[in-house]
Ligand binder design. Structure first.
Ligand SMILES: [Zn+2]
Length: 203
């Protein structure tokens, strides 16, 4: 890790995605934090244009800063979708300064938005791990959990209802069979009794 002078308000430390830059002192909104620097690459030169790494900072169509040099501490700053800093780009001066856009407290990780092109090329394929995206993911997981529970309870209620229906239907058939069994002989008996009675009467 690079040595950072103690008068600087940041240090390199472990972050969720590897290394990151963390505030060691309060940084006021609007304050310059660190310069993003490195050799200037000229897109008109074939040799420059062939250079490819994750730390290229495009200033305009022609000039790009190659920030992969170790001394460029700003390269440790991770991307965030809701950052506390921004990259202040001055293409004419060929200069980039990372500036606070919120008050940053000691211990906070310093982030800025890397922009749509970088996001699409490097972050979208693996899933952005910034706080805002992690929170979104967590919320979605929690919502999915609630939905799964709701569906499970619904299925259980349905199963219970069906079981009750089945049980009452069985009980109903039994009652009906019992009624038929006792009813038939009664009718026959009474018919016989009637015949007997008739017989008696004719006698
Ligand atoms: Zn994100």
């Amino acid at each position: 890790m690079p040595a950072i002078p103690s008068n600087k308000p940041f240090r390199v430390g472990r972050s969720r995605t590897g290394l990151g830059l963390f505030a060691t002192k309060p940084i006021k909104k609007g304050a310059k934090i660190v310069r993003y620097f490195g050799p200037l690459l000229d897109s008109k030169k074939k040799k420059d244009d062939a250079i490819e790494n994750k730390y290229l900072f495009e200033l305009n169509n022609r000039w790009t800063i190659d920030g992969s040099v170790r001394k460029n501490v700003a390269r440790y700053i991770n991307h965030a979708c809701k950052p506390n800093a921004e990259s202040d780009v001055r293409p004419r001066k060929r200069k980039v300064v990372i500036r606070a856009i919120k008050n940053i407290e000691p211990g906070d990780e310093i982030n800025y938005d890397y922009g749509t092109d970088y996001f699409k090329a490097y972050l979208k394929p693996i899933g952005c791990k910034c706080d805002a995206c992690e929170k979104k993911r967590k919320k979605k997981r929690a919502e999915a959990r609630v939905e799964r529970l709701r569906l499970k309870e619904k299925a259980e209620r349905k199963a219970l209802k069906q079981a009750e229906k089945l049980a009452s239907a069985k009980a109903g058939t039994r009652k009906l069979n019992g009624a038929k069994a006792t009813a038939k002989p009664t009718v026959r008996q009474s018919a016989k009794a009637g015949a007997k009675a008739n017989g008696h009467a004719s006698m």
